[in-house]
Write a protein that binds this ligand. Structure first.
Ligand code: ATP
Ligand code: NAG
Length: 308
């Protein structure tokens, strides 16, 4: 399905079906145990980020690849403005997730059709992409496809957010150069820099290291500690703390943060990046206070007007 109307936030990335079982504990190899709850959710970092941007009011589109019989064709379209899905005989990406009573999990991801989204497919979205305000990419699809999309965006003056997740140790250096904002969490920053990242000071140090690789800005999210923001043009790093809330389920908090950041970059381009990060902290803080991933992401109408 081609992208028709003007779209401001475009996500080129993954969509997955989450198959979630809750059980008292995680099974051992070869063991079968009884769980007490099962549900199917719609996830994938790309889709999660796109849904959060849409819930804040962004005209948003998801560019992804799914199985030709996938339920995604109807479900995704209902929650975001537009989808450009390519279909494949390969299975739609799936994540089998087991969560124990302590909240720990074991996850197997089969990327399936996601990995088949290729640079040829991007030719079909070139016109829409060049007119967008923000492009968001991650690493749950083929890295070459993400990189190509980011290069296309940069050539058209479209702002880019890159989320190097799930992390890989050796990331093509080009990714840094085409990232207006390079946004990762603690463990990703550790893997990419080889430095420990658990305190704010350590995050600022790792952030300097990432910034020096050529991105416009770096944001490292720090869970309940908020995030740090570093900008090449200001050669400053700022810690943006967040409010203390009772976290019930932090799954997808990073995706909520990035979706919100994409929304602010598209619609409030003159607001300083630190202020965007402060607001994205507040959106993500709402998402951790209820169970679930996309289902916990807040809508504009439920948020204080000071965020808009
Ligand atoms: N316990 C918390 N209390 C308040 N805000 C939180 C909490 N956990 C996460 N957040 C918010 O969500 C943002 C992203 O969280 P985090 O750094 O844990 O990302 P992540 O590790 O990618 O998330 P995920 O849990 O989905 O893997 C934080 O910068 C913060 O704004
Ligand atoms: C960072 O995100 C990855 C997913 O890419 C997740 O597996 C990891 O637990 C996160 N790290 C932290 C410290 O939350």
């Amino acid at each position: 399905m081609p992208l028709g109307k003007a779209l401001d936030v475009i996500v080129v990335g993954s969509c997955m079906t989450d198959l979630v079982s809750q059980a008292p504990r995680l099974p051992k190899a070869g063991e079968t145990i009884h769980g007490h709850k099962f549900f199917i959710g719609f996830g994938g970092k790309g889709a999660n980020q796109c849904v959060q941007a849409a819930r804040l009011g962004a005209e948003s589109a998801m560019v992804c690849k799914v199985n030709h019989k996938s339920q995604w064709l109807t479900i995704v379209t209902s929650s975001i403005s537009s989808t450009f899905y390519q279909t494949s005989n390969a299975a739609t990406g799936a994540a089998s997730i087991i969560v124990n009573d302590a909240g720990e999990n074991a996850i197997v991801i089969v990327a399936g059709a996601n990995m088949l989204l290729n640079t040829e497919d991007l030719k079909d979205i070139q016109a829409s992409l060049s007119r967008a305000k923000v492009l968001v990419c991650q690493l749950e699809i083929s890295p070459q496809t993400s990189l190509k999309a980011m290069c296309m965006a940069q050539e058209s003056g479209v702002k880019t957010i890159f989320n190097p997740a799930p992390a890989i140790e050796f990331l093509d250096e080009e990714f840094y150069k085409v990232s207006d904002v390079f946004c990762c969490n603690e463990s990703e920053a550790e893997l990419l820099t080889g430095c420990p990242v658990s305190t704010v000071d350590e995050a600022e140090h790792a952030g300097q290291n990432l910034l020096a690789r050529g991105c416009g800005a770096v944001i490292i999210t720090l869970g309940p500690q908020g995030c740090v923001v570093l900008q090449a043009k200001e050669s400053t790093s700022k810690h943006i703390p967040t409010e203390a809330v009772k976290a019930v389920d932090t799954t997808g908090a990073g995706d909520s943060f990035i979706g919100a950041l994409a929304f602010y970059m598209a619609y409030y381009p003159t607001v300083p990046l630190e202020e965007m990060a402060r607001r994205a902290n507040r959106v993500a803080a709402v998402s951790v206070q209820t169970m679930g991933t996309q289902i916990s992401f807040p809508f504009k109408k439920h948020l204080p007007s000071a965020l808009f």
